[in-house]
Design a protein around this ligand. Sequence first.
Ligand code: ADP
Length: 402
Amino acid sequence: MKILVLNCGSSSLKFQLFSMNKKREKMLAGGFIDRIGGNQDSSITYYINHKKKLDEAQPIKDYDGAIKIALKTLCSSKYGIIKNIHEIDSIGHRVVHGGEEFTKSMLISEKVFQKIKDNAHLAPLHNPPNIKGIESSLFYIPFARQIAVFDTAFHQTMEPDAYTYALPYEWYEEKRIRRYGFHGTSHRYVAEEAAKIIGKPIEELKMVTCHLGNGASMTAIKRGISMDTSMGFTPLEGLVMGTRCGNIDPSIPLQIMADEGLSPNQMDLLLNNQSGLFGLTDGDSDMRTIEEKAHSGSERHKLALNIFTRQVKKYIGAYAAVMGGLDAIVFTAGIGEKSAFIREKICEELDFLGIQIDEKQNEKNNTVISKGMTFVLIVPTNEELAIAREVMKVLINESNNP
Ligand code: ADP
């Protein structure tokens, strides 16, 4: 079965075509189109079997145009991997916010699509591009089954005491203001892979998964179930991120808004795009640069690093307490997969939790980097493959329960 995965970000499209059956998972081709609808041309990269075949620039004014180009490339006589779009059986769409309605991936019926649209206000930056992607794909590939895979669904297992904020309760009842959590597809995927590496059923494990990229979040996963997660009502809560502030005293933005006469939108932009590592260092959000400058003696970059690693450490401790123990820490995403220095710093002085890093394995970015009782693992995330797996799961369920 050929499954196309579409991930429409706030100005980009990632697409990957998989050949999947119960025994085999193969990524056939994929690509990335950025700066959709911007003033500059978009760049289009396309690869087959992980080898780059195309890297060019052209103006792309919207998601519809981006999806058209993606389909054309997949079917082109020069680089195509399929003869025509009728070879595509199903499409997996990443949808950031599923609200409380969606606790698992769903076949997109008219009713499901309407609910996704109704939830758009919960993720105004993320859900509208996801919706446009679904609309274009229903138009161009109406014969394929379309499945929505939600970033929030994995976290819908959290108990009320993990997801309710201590705010007037009507805000939850009337406006559905609560912790939702994000990156769910990634947390679930790396936890399942980690269980395979450890060689135990996931139902027997207590894990903390650390998705440390530009956006960063952590999840407490007990018996394969999300018990708590660091992102909240929006992806702004939790860890310090590339440009997002993470946890702060909520009275700070109120005071700044009053002092500077800022609107909610202006404040939102400052907290999402100008804060975090970027704000601390006067403009560096890339962890590689921050590490380099910290090692060259910049006090501000050292501070940024220390704040970042301290927060990750705090969540590890908190989540071990919530779960009543810890069998494994799993690092993933750009920083988690590639920075030996940061992993080591996070794990320093955590011996009391059975955490000891094996320096050599850590330096080599190997899979198992621990030598203590508690596993410390590096598991590269693969959100597209995780989405393709979810598509398979939904289709198998559908055929068993038509
Ligand atoms: P996202 O998908 O959230 O945009 P990624 O998962 O690609 O982000 O992670 C991007 C982050 O990973 C950036 O901060 C980047 O600096 C960091 N990163 C990538 N490689 C390294 C490395 N070798 N050392 C430290 N940080 C790295």
